[in-house]
Design a protein around this ligand. Sequence first.
Ligand SMILES: N[C@@H](CCC(=O)N[C@@H](CS)C(=O)NCC(=O)O)C(=O)O
Length: 312
Amino acid sequence: MDCVTAKIVLHHYPQSPVSEKVRVAFGIKRIAWHSVHIPRLPPKPELVLLTGGYRRTPVMQIGADIYCDSLCILHALQQFVPSPTLFPDDNDCWVLSAWTDGQFFRQAVAVVLGSEVDNLPPEFAADRGRLYFGRNYDLNALAAGLDHLVGQLRAHLTVMQQLLGERRFMHGEQPGLADTLCYYLVWFIQGRYRKGPRLLADFPFLQAWAKRVEAFGHGRQSEMSAEESHNIALRAHPITDPVIDVADPLRLRLGDPVGVVPEGDGGDPPVHGELVCLTSETISVRRWHERVGDVVVHFPRIGYRISAADSC
Ligand SMILES: N[C@@H](CCC(=O)N[C@@H](CS)C(=O)NCC(=O)O)C(=O)O
C-alpha cells in the first residue's frame, strides 16, 4: 500500500468542486499524495499529454495509469488503498452519485453561474456554459430564473439533510463514499455562491456534518511539477491487465482503435487509443507519447461514449 500511495498524483486546481470530492477521500484514507496544479481553462497541454485530450478536472495518475473522472478515481482508490474503507457500513452506495453528480451538481452550477453572470470573465463563462449546458447555453436565462433555481437547490439540500438524519456521517459513525459525494456540493455552494452561507444556514444538521467532514482534511499533499509527473509516467509501466467482456454489445476486441468521450454536448474531444479493458464498469485505452511513454487511460463506463476509430 505504501508503494501505491507514494505514487498517487492528482492533477487538479484548488477551486474545483469535483476535485474536492477526491481530496476529501484522500483525507478519509489518510493518503500521502502529490498535487499537480492544472489551468482552470483549456488549453491544458501538460495534462492532455497524459490523458490524450480529456480536459476535465480532476485526473489521478498512478505511475503510467491515468484515471479520468472522479468516480473512476474513487473506484481505483478503494481498490488500491482498501483501508480505511469508503464503505464503513458495507453500503455500496455508488448509486447516490447519479443524483449528486447529476441533477444536484448541475443545479448548483446553474445557481453559481446564474448569480454571477455579470462578473464572470467571458472566456470562463463561454467554456463552462458550453461544458455544462451544451452549445445552446444561455447564462442570462439562468440569471433571469435564479429564484426558481435557488428554490430547486434548497429542495435538493432538504433531501440531503433528510438523508443524513441525526447521524454523524452519511454511513453512521464513520465517514465514507456518501460523505465525499455529498460534501463537495455543500463546499461548492458555501464557497462559490455569494448567498450560499445564508442558504446553508437553514440546514443546521448539514452544516454541523460538513464541519466534521472538513476536519478529516485532505491527507498529506506535496506539490509536484507537471514535468515530474510526466517523468513518473515515462519510468513506469501500466499495471492494467487486459480484460474484454465478450458479451459486451459493442463487440470490440483487444487492441481495437477506439475513441472515448464524455456523453452530452460539452464540446469535449474524444480520447483515442488501443482498447485494453472493456467491462460494464470501465473502459481503458493504451496510448503513447514520447514525453510520457506508454500510458493506459481509464474512464468509467457510465456517462462515456465509445466509438470505433480507424486509426489512433
Ligand atoms: N464527471 C466528471 C466531471 C468533472 C467536472 O465537470 N469537473 C469540472 C471542474 S470541478 C471541470 O472539468 N471543469 C472544467 C475544467 O476544469 O476544465 C467527474 O466526476 O470527474
